[in-house]
Design a protein around this ligand. Sequence first.
Ligand code: SF4
Length: 373
Amino acid sequence: MAGIYLHIPFCDTKCIYCDFYSITNHSKKAEFLNSIKKEIQFYSKQLADRKFNSIFFGGGTPSLLSYEEFTGIFDELYNCYDISADCEITIEANPGTLDKDKLDIFKKLPINRMSFGVQSFIDEELKFLTRIHTAEQAKSSINAAKAAGFDNVNLDVIFALPGQTMDSWKYNLDEAINLDTKHISAYSLIFEKGTMLYSMRDKGQVQNADIELEQEMYEYTMQTLANAGYKQYEISNYAKPGYECRHNLKYWTLEEYIAFGPSASSYIGNQRWTNIKNIGRYIELIDSGKPAHDFIETIDKETSVTEHIMLGLRSVGVNFEEFRRRHNIDFETAYSSPIETLITSGYAVKDAQSISLTRKGYAVCDEIVATLF
Ligand code: SF4
């Protein structure tokens, strides 16, 4: 089954490390909401034969939308697409935008999964990241969401911040585990080009974390979350059994997804396209009945094979039967030499059905994929 992503680009402020398409000027919000509904309609005929079992509201800060704004979008989605009764419906929430009224609104909507951008449980680190919430607000928002009946909750945390010590990361991870959410995403801080953080480093105001410390933090994270009952199913993602994010798994297992909103990327058939990263232009294109594509690419067989291996190894592994079904290639025969190297080095384990990385393998995944395949 396929997934649906909606990009809601509005934020109250721009975080220094953020390279998502997000804007703090909300003046075009009403026009944007009209356009995204038109875009939802736009693909409905083309996708009439697809069934969808995940919807993900990302951003930006989708938790800024009102009840009426959400119901407008949901009505359009349910009118246009065949959505399964057990659809996983996630909303990304900024703890600084949530209160009891907002949670009551979410409970009235079909949302059944909440993903909190916490990033840190230390106020100085949150200030450095220019987050709009405190550690206490993050904790109380998550506890309030659970008390309101949201069982399936994720929280995001970031490690390898400039100046962060191993002790402060251990504290962050302990706080995350204490909240007992079903899912934790733990990312290392990336200095993305075009962000304020990137220019701060250019000006010598901040430095990357020491690479060995970052590695130590990553290994500590994998071990500690495993001890706490979280199964790692992607380089940065950990879930209690049965709570893997169905929507994100679609990205990593090359299933189809349609995405709406500026900067959103879709993958349908053998085509992948990304929408334009400009809200004004997005509205103009959609309102004139055109797709809002910035670029579109056709995924050829070779790219599809490489992506399958790369994304599979980064996440749940490569299933041999699935690989044969998609590409008509016997994975074990075609890649016998890299497989042997991975296994003898302790980077991967294999059974009759699939090969997947070990923790040691996850720690060097990008190098492995680049050199062996
Ligand atoms: S709240 Fe999220 S999307 Fe918005 S600026 Fe911060 S990191 Fe980016």
